[in-house]
Design a binder for this molecule. Structure first.
Ligand SMILES: Cc1cc2nc3c(=O)[nH]c(=O)nc-3n(C[C@H](O)[C@H](O)[C@H](O)COP(=O)(O)OP(=O)(O)OC[C@H]3O[C@@H](n4cnc5c(N)ncnc54)[C@H](O)[C@@H]3O)c2cc1C
Length: 285
């Protein structure tokens, strides 16, 4: 049953400090809302439990993209439109530009934030595979201070994340030193727009004389959380790019995957498609 909007309170402070103060005093009562593209769906479906929402939409402190000497720092309140239109991201982090451009529709991208995508913690979300292969770092804030964690450690189990109730995701920092890497990202879905992925794979690798020196591979919809495929990576490091290596990596990926059957796809299809995506990337090297 649809929720009755009149039963919900929304407060919209204009400073980050004011939001953090409210969260610190009453963390169990408030749910942060950024673009609202996840939460409004939950509200419409009658699944949004907390009655008090605290808006992050007006916080300029969360909506920025900064190019530092060796990194790009993206405020959690940046929308996918902000990200896909940013020249430094397009130049240094093209996998993120690509992921932002195929998230939902244009209307959705004007509203949906990267912070909401990360904190919502869907295993099928579009930005996590790119963030994982770029080895992004998250900065989390509360009135207790600031802490920084590698994004690869943020997802603990299905929809469980390393974020305290009084904390907000402040920003995402990604090194901008991927020039010497070959990069890859591909989403398999029912359509190009307005489709949640059946499976998606992102990867970066550096080779020397046909030997794989460094490789990172990450996927959406292959496990209960957005996931790095560490065993598959290990099966490839220091190996020559031969059909035998590729076949072994495919088998490792299949063994490492635990996808589910759901309305969007089957476990069998997801695993087979992911192995094909990996092979496509490895052959492109
Ligand atoms: C029509 C439609 C199509 C979609 N298509 C896609 C798609 O193709 N790919 C995809 O990945 N997603 C898709 N989505 C999902 C959604 O748009 C994204 O996950 C989006 O990035 C969510 O961001 P938001 O700002 O709207 O989050 P909100 O709905 O505002 O919040 C989502 C969650 O994040 C929390 N949160 C938000 N910001 C912060 C913060 N800074 N700190 C702490 N917690 C925070 C909220 O409390 C909430 O739990 C789609 C949604 C719709 C409605």
């Amino acid at each position: 049953m649809r929720s009755n909007v009149a039963q919900y309170d929304l407060t919209a402070p204009t400073t980050l400090d004011a939001v953090l103060e409210i969260l610190a005093n009453s963390p169990e009562n408030y749910t942060p809302i950024a673009g609202g593209t996840e939460l409004m769906v939950a509200l419409g479906a009658g699944h949004l439990q907390p009655r008090k929402l605290i808006s992050l939409w007006n916080l300029e402190e969360l909506r920025f993209i900064e190019e530092a000497t060796d990194a790009i720092i993206i405020g959690a309140g940046s929308t996918f439109t902000d990200i896909r239109n940013h020249p430094a991201i397009a130049k240094h982090l093209p996998l993120l530009t690509q992921a932002a451009s195929w998230t939902g529709s244009i209307a959705n991208q004007n509203r949906a934030t990267i912070g909401g995508n990360i904190v919502n913690a869907s295993p099928a979300a579009d930005t996590p595979p790119a963030l994982l292969v770029y080895d992004a770092t998250l900065t989390l804030v509360s009135i207790r201070g600031e802490r920084t964690i590698p994004y690869r450690d943020f997802h603990l189990s299905y929809k469980k994340i390393d974020l305290a109730p009084d904390e907000l995701l402040h920003s995402i920092t990604i090194l901008s030193n991927f020039k010497s890497y070959k990069t890859y990202i591909r989403k398999v879905g029912t359509r190009n727009a307005q489709a949640i992925s059946k499976v998606a794979l992102a990867a970066i690798a550096r080779t020397d004389n046909n030997i794989i020196e460094t490789i990172r591979i990450a996927a959406a919809s292959l496990r209960e959380i957005p996931t790095r495929l560490y065993a598959t990576e290990q099966s490839l490091i220091n190996k020559p790019l031969t059909p035998k290596t590729i076949a072994h990596a495919r088998t490792t990926l299949i063994n490492e995957s635990k996808p589910i059957d759901d309305i969007r796809s089957t476990s069998k299809y997801r695993t087979a498609a992911a192995a094909n995506l990996l092979e496509e990337f490895l052959r492109s090297l």
